[in-house]
Structure formats: structure tokens, C-alpha cells
Design a protein around this ligand. Structure first.
Ligand code: URA
Length: 253
């Protein structure tokens, strides 16, 4: 991607340059700088130090070079955890992905949730996609217990009072899909709070039995069976970057 070909752009703060190069998240990179592990042209870096294309950057005396940007979409299967390593030894979303670059999941899907999960080594893109201000669209298909009344749909749409605040307005519609004893709902939300869909539905008396993320930042799982992944096309990457507020005007996702 253009962004990394010029890496780091003149005046980029050191922690941000490290995140762009896939070394660590911006916060962790700042800790590395604070811990004296980072040098710029042989001198110990200071927090907030601007760097540019001619600078030689090292972490623990190892040179940092930007990795090629990689963005993948995985159709996450049930039973795998969204983490880079699991202390309990359960399968993770990284197990069947290429390991030539260090990939990080963009956000988290619960172990029993299926569907669209992006993975990338681009820390800046990850931050933008996850930042609440970005309001990146996510669409979920949820099978919930019981029959959902019109009044309950109204509550789900206008805002549900959860322990960490009222949910933002959402699009919530019954799907054209039947289930004995349950209701399939499609929920389009822009928030990324932990377990938000399950908490919203449980709060209105309809616990979630199955959850699938159908879209994230405009991407779906078309052509991908559960567990399958692919690299984004250049066009998809452009759209995702725009949905994240990078490269020009934000696009409806
Ligand atoms: N909301 C949830 O409750 N779980 C997920 O995995 C994603 C969104």
C-alpha cells in the first residue's frame, strides 16, 4: 500500500511508525519507547519523537522495516477464539492463516459467533476500524429465543439500557427466515462494545441462540465456507480504508 511505501511519512511520531510497521499496537509501541528499547539513528528514542523516511529505527537493536500491508477476511467458524494466543490452548483464528507476517484480528467475535472477521498487520487501519468515532457498520444475523414483538423491535432500534450505557440507534428487522420457537433478526449497528448483540437481545428478554456477523466495513463472507479466508482485493481494500475514514471521504459501509 502507498502508505507504507513512503514509510514513515515525514513527521510521523515514533510509536505510530512502529504500529504502521506491524511491530505492536500504538500503545504497546509507546511502552517500548518509554522502556528505552527503541533507537532512531542509534540514539534512544523519546516519546512523540517525529521520524521520517531517512531514519533508521531499531527495537532491541533489531532494525524495523515495514512489512507489506496484508488484510485478510476470514469466515470465522464456531469454536475458535479471536486472539493471537490462547492460554487455555483452544484453537485460535490465526491457526490456519499464513504466518509470514504478524496478523492481528480487527476486534473480537465470541467463540460461538461465526462470520466476517478482518485480520491485518496494519495497526493504523485496525485502530480506525475499531475507534467508536469511526462508526464502522457491522451487520449481524441473530437467532433469538421466542417471538419478538413490534414494541421490542422499537426498543432494540432506539436504544437498550445496558450497564455500560444506552446503545446507539440501530437498524433491526426480522429476517425472512423461520425457526420454530425462535426469531431470526438482522441487526445493523455501529458500536463495537464487548458482546453487544447478545447483551442487547438478552436485555429485552430474547437471549441469542446463534450469532453470525454478515458484514463488517462493507465486506461479507461470500464464497467463503466457515474457516476459509482470502486476501482482500485492491478494490475491497480501498473500500475498507474509506469506511475507516482513511484515504478520503468516509463511505457508507
Ligand atoms: N456481539 C456479540 O454479542 N458477540 C459477538 O461475537 C459480536 C457482537
Amino acid at each position: 500500500m502507498g502508505e507504507l511505501e513512503r514509510w514513515p511519512a515525514p513527521g510521523t511520531r515514533i510509536h505510530r511508525a512502529l504500529a504502521q510497521a506491524g511491530v505492536a499496537s500504538r500503545r504497546r509501541a509507546e511502552e517500548m519507547v518509554a522502556g528505552g528499547r527503541v533507537r532512531v539513528n542509534g540514539e534512544t528514542a523519546v516519546i512523540g519523537q517525529p521520524v521520517g523516511p531517512g531514519d533508521t529505527i531499531t527495537v532491541d537493536d533489531r532494525p524495523v522495516r515495514p512489512e507489506p500491508v496484508r488484510v485478510l477476511v476470514l469466515n470465522k467458524p464456531r469454536g475458535v477464539v479471536t486472539t493471537v494466543s490462547d492460554p487455555q490452548g483452544r484453537p485460535t483464528v490465526l491457526d490456519d492463516l499464513p504466518d509470514d507476517v504478524r496478523l492481528f484480528p480487527v476486534g473480537r467475535l465470541d467463540i460461538d459467533t461465526t462470520g466476517v472477521l478482518l485480520l491485518t498487520n496494519d495497526g493504523e487501519l485496525t485502530n480506525r476500524l475499531l475507534h467508536p468515532r469511526g462508526k464502522v457498520a457491522k451487520a449481524y444475523e441473530a437467532l433469538v429465543e421466542g417471538r419478538v414483538s413490534a414494541e421490542t423491535l422499537r426498543v432494540l432500534r432506539s436504544g437498550v439500557d445496558l450497564d455500560d450505557g444506552i446503545t446507539h440507534p440501530a437498524r433491526v428487522d426480522p429476517m425472512d427466515r423461520q425457526h420454530p420457537g425462535g426469531t431470526w433478526l438482522r441487526l445493523e449497528i455501529t458500536e463495537g462494545r464487548n458482546r453487544i448483540v447478545k447483551r442487547m437481545c438478552a436485555a429485552v428478554g430474547h437471549p441469542v441462540m446463534r450469532l453470525h456477523r454478515a458484514r463488517f466495513a462493507g465486506l461479507g463472507t461470500q464464497g467463503l465456507k466457515p474457516g476459509q479466508w482470502r486476501v482482500l482485493t485492491a478494490d475491497e481494500l480501498r473500500r475498507v480504508r474509506r469506511a475507516a475514514g482513511l484515504d478520503g471521504a468516509k463511505e457508507a459501509a
